[in-house]
Design a protein around this ligand. Sequence first.
Ligand code: PMP
Length: 422
Amino acid sequence: MTEAAATAHAIPEEIATLAPERDLFSKFDALIAERQALLDSGVRDPFAIVMDQVTSPTQAVIRGKETILLGTYNYMGMTFDPDVIAAGKAALEQFGSGTNGSRMLNGTFRDHVDAEEALKEFYGADHAMVFSTGYQANLGIISTIAGKGEYIILDADSHASIYDGCAMGNAEIVRFRHNSVEDLDKRLGRLPAEPGKLVVLEGVYSMLGDIAPLKEMVAVARKHGAMVLVDEAHSMGFYGAHGRGVYEAEGLTLDDDVDFVIGTFSKSVGTVGGFCVSNHPKFEVMRLACRPYIFTASLPPSVVATAATSIRKLMHATAKRERLWANVRRLHAGLVALGFELGTAQPDSAIVAVILKDQQQAVMMWQAMLESGVYVNMARPPATPAGTFLLRCSLCAEHSTAQIETVLERFAQAGRAVGAIA
Ligand code: PMP
């Protein structure tokens, strides 16, 4: 380090001498110590992986090693689709690299509108609103639609973006037990009848890969006069006849049952961005009231152009859907046969969660998998339910049978090495 750089990084004296109770970082000491203890035990940091090269939807180079990607949300393998890439390149060249502005002012370009048109076609919806991320779509819609004196009723295992949308708004928040129709009914029944209510559900819960009994839940919500929002982030493209999500697979519609579907471009669509579709006649007012839509820059033109192309291709991706489900069944059955405890008894979604004993075993297993050339996600509380440590595998339509076989062999070796299986 040069002398100038050393001086620039020196802790100013007045901060170095701050009493611990006045140093705002003191509250993170436990987190810092926990991470350090993990690294001191000789494992790699599972939250600091760098993909040096990505060569296909299922293959990357990590620290010089060819690695099978089994921990991305690239369910439909659209990231390297030639039409998607061509659309992004053309938009980059025609419209430049960014928009420099909000959707509300100078940040709506041709392809933002086209991506919204593609979403309306995909969902058969009257309205579609594109946000800069799925996180912001939940944050924006949830915090805006339910106001002071109204109620949001959400599943206890909801995604962080749903919780953050609740925290940002002014509605009263009520949680019900994960996937419990009875508890939802009971809690709705205790609320005053008059105020507006929003029930927030997810089609697929992303940690264990379990699906919601949406049909029963929507019936209960409607019985109590509540509106319904379903986050279908982890089902778009391969659930339901048109790939619209679990709600479609369960025979629910945007006309009668579900008021808002939230989704993301960061999973099956293969880029980045978020959206909400709705058939409510007043939905467009959200563009004037929703702060996470208004007070942030819109997506780059290349991103929305890739999204629009990808969404339209997903409408006809029957063969990919079938390959994805075949891969899910193959991996799920293989892991069950090896003796692993999984998040779901059946292959219910494209997420197959391998449950491990504790953090130590999960990290050891994660590292053994990575060293053998397979990347999976390690997940732990607070992202997972309390006390649950797991390796989350997410399948891609483009995984080959040979790759799944390799993954199963590596799971067998690593599982025996860390004592997760006999
Ligand atoms: N909802 C759910 C259920 C998610 O799992 C995620 C991201 N993992 C999001 C919303 C946020 O999506 P994005 O990555 O587009 O911000």
